[in-house]
Write a protein that binds this ligand. Structure first.
Ligand SMILES: O=c1ccn([C@@H]2O[C@H](COP(=O)(O)O)[C@@H](O)[C@H]2O)c(=O)[nH]1
Length: 308
């Protein structure tokens, strides 16, 4: 799947992933109203509104970007209806030839990780019958529990041509509390994690020189991104933090190789809630939120290509 991701990035000339992070406050009123009329102001009502919203966003951007990244927390908090919406969103995005990165950030002991992995990127066997449950193409994983905790995902990546992005240097303001500590050898913890991710991915390198085991590297940490890029030439980066979290194209330039490959840049609120921003508000009504998202994707692409 890493090869397909790279091919799609090249075909579309766009290293962008759109984050599908719906929240009640960003769902336009006409969608909420219709859904609440049908299902009431219930968890099902909101989950149904999320799906309609996601579908309209996907329909508007699938020809521009290689991938989408649904963030599971927004769906999980709604319970079974939210999870149903998460599954339907993945299925719909894949029907539109989008690569799906499920942002699940799981991390647990191996026996438990096996179940997470089977559910999200593998197969679940019931009485010998195999079922695809979530069927994402990639997942995000917290690898700070060490190799055994991520090995089940690696197995699924190998067998089923899936992929994963392991947290290395995260975009949040306090990521340095642990990730910027120094190890006994005098290196930063994030550097050590970057090296581990490269090692874990050594046997899964595809035809473009990148492994199925990638890393999450926050755009909000410019210098660290550059260092990690230099130290891990075969690791593909998923880079959140652009836009709503304040990182600019200049900040994340160092996450790419000389040839302009090596990273996929995420924007969630910056795209899906673009219609609420001053620069779009005057030109797009709430009903045209998806058109504003399309323009935001085009502008993001131009901004990224400018620095590559
Ligand atoms: O270090 C990380 C890892 C993951 N994320 C996720 O990316 C998006 C960012 O959303 P924006 O609206 O573009 O800020 C969100 O789903 C996070 O959970 C991250 O931000 N940083």
């Amino acid at each position: 799947m890493i090869d397909k991701l790279i091919e799609r990035i090249k075909e579309l000339n766009n290293p962008t992933v759109v984050g599908l992070d719906p929240r009640e406050e960003i769902i336009p009123e006409f969608i909420r109203k219709e859904s609440y009329r049908k299902y009431g102001r219930t968890l099902k009502g909101l989950a149904n509104a999320y799906f309609k919203f996601n579908k309209m966003i996907i329909d508007e951007i699938y020809d521009l970007v290689p991938a989408v990244k649904p963030q599971i927390s927004m769906y999980e908090e709604l319970g079974p209806d939210g999870i149903d919406c998460f599954i339907k969103t993945i299925k719909y995005a894949k029907e539109k030839n989008l690569i799906v990165i499920s942002d699940i950030k799981r991390g647990d002991i191996a026996s438990t990780a096996k179940s997470y992995s089977r559910g999200h990127i593998g197969r679940v066997s019931v009485g010998g019958n195999e079922h695809k449950v979530f069927d994402a193409d990639f997942v995000t994983i917290n690898g700070y529990m060490g190799y055994d905790a991520i090995s089940p995902y690696i197995e699924n990546c190998k067998e089923l041509d899936k992929g994963m992005f392991v947290l290395v240097k995260t975009s949040n303001p306090n990521s340095g509390d642990i990730q910027d500590l120094k190890t006994e050898e005098g290196r930063y913890v994030y550097e050590h994690m970057g090296e581990l991710v490269s090692k874990w991915g050594e046997e899964l390198i595809g035809k473009y020189g990148f492994s199925k085991i990638g890393a999450v590297v926050g755009a909000t940490y410019k210098e660290q991104g550059k260092i990690l890029r230099e130290q891990n030439p075969n690791t593909f980066f998923l880079v959140p933090g652009y836009g709503a979290q304040g990182a600019t194209a200049e900040d994340l330039k160092g996450c790419f190789n000389e040839d302009g490959l090596g990273a996929l840049i995420n924007s969630s609120r910056g795209i899906i809630a673009a219609y609420k921003k001053d620069e779009y508000k005057d030109r797009y009504s709430e009903e045209e939120f998806h058109k504003a998202a399309r323009e935001a994707v085009i502008r993001m692409r131009q901004d990224l290509l400018r620095v590559l």
